[in-house]
Ligand binder design. Structure first.
Ligand SMILES: [Fe+2]
Ligand SMILES: [Fe+2]
Length: 197
C-alpha cells in the first residue's frame, strides 16, 4: 500500500474551493521551486529539483485528469485549446526527462533548467489565458469546488516544502520513478472524483 500524506492543518485557503485559483497557486509554487533549484547548490539543489519534478508531474497529471477533459467538453473551441496545451505539456515533459537523467551539478544542468523554465512558463500563461479564465465562466461554484477537491487529492502526492509531521509520510512517496508517481496521482484523482481506477 502506498501512503498518501494528509493535508497539513491550517494550510487551507480560498483556493480549496476554486480549481482555477488552486492551479494558479501551483503555477506560482512551480515558479518558486524553479528559483530554488537555480539558486541552491549541491544536496540542496538536488532536493529542490526532486520537489520540482514531483510537483510538475502531479500538477500536469491532475490537469490532464480534471480540467482538460472539462475544457474539451465545455469550452467553445475546447478541443483545439486542449490539444495545444497537451502539445506544450509533452514538450515540457521531454525537457524534464532530459534534466532528470542529469546530475544537478552538471555544468549543462542550469542552461537546460532555463529551457524548462521558458517552456513551463509559456505553457502556464497559455493555460491561464485560453483555458482557466473560460473554465471559471463555464461552471458554477459547486463545479469549481468539485474539481478543486480532485486537484487537492493530487497535490498531497507532491509536498512542495517540509511540513512537520507530514514529512515522514511524504518521505515514503518522495522516492521512486516519476511514471509510478503519475499512476498513483491518477488513482488519487479518480477516487476523489468518485470514479473507479
Ligand atoms: Fe498544464
Ligand atoms: Fe498548469
Amino acid at each position: 500500500m502506498s501512503q498518501i500524506p494528509t493535508p497539513p492543518a491550517g494550510q487551507d485557503n480560498a483556493a480549496d474551493d476554486d480549481v482555477v485559483a488552486l492551479l494558479m497557486r501551483q503555477h506560482g509554487d512551480i515558479r518558486n521551486l524553479l528559483d530554488d533549484v537555480e539558486h541552491a547548490e549541491g544536496d540542496e539543489r538536488r532536493e529542490a529539483f526532486r520537489r520540482l519534478v514531483r510537483l510538475l508531474a502531479v500538477h500536469e497529471t491532475a490537469e490532464e485528469e480534471v480540467v482538460h477533459p472539462f475544457a474539451r467538453r465545455s469550452l467553445p473551441g475546447g478541443e483545439q485549446v486542449v490539444d495545444e496545451r497537451l502539445a506544450e505539456e509533452r514538450a515540457a515533459k521531454e525537457t524534464l526527462a532530459a534534466l532528470d537523467d542529469m546530475d544537478t551539478d552538471d555544468p549543462k544542468f542550469l542552461p537546460r533548467l532555463q529551457a524548462l523554465r521558458a517552456d513551463v512558463q509559456a505553457h502556464a500563461r497559455a493555460e491561464e489565458r485560453y483555458e482557466f479564465i473560460h473554465i471559471r465562466r463555464s461552471t458554477d461554484a459547486a463545479g469549481l469546488a468539485a474539481m478543486a477537491r480532485a486537484v487537492k487529492a493530487a497535490e498531497m502526492m507532491a509536498p512542495t516544502r517540509p511540513h512537520p509531521g507530514v514529512e515522514s509520510a511524504a518521505a515514503n512517496v518522495m522516492v521512486g520513478p516519476v511514471a509510478a508517481l503519475m499512476d498513483r496521482t491518477k488513482d488519487a484523482v479518480r477516487k476523489a472524483m468518485g470514479k473507479d481506477g
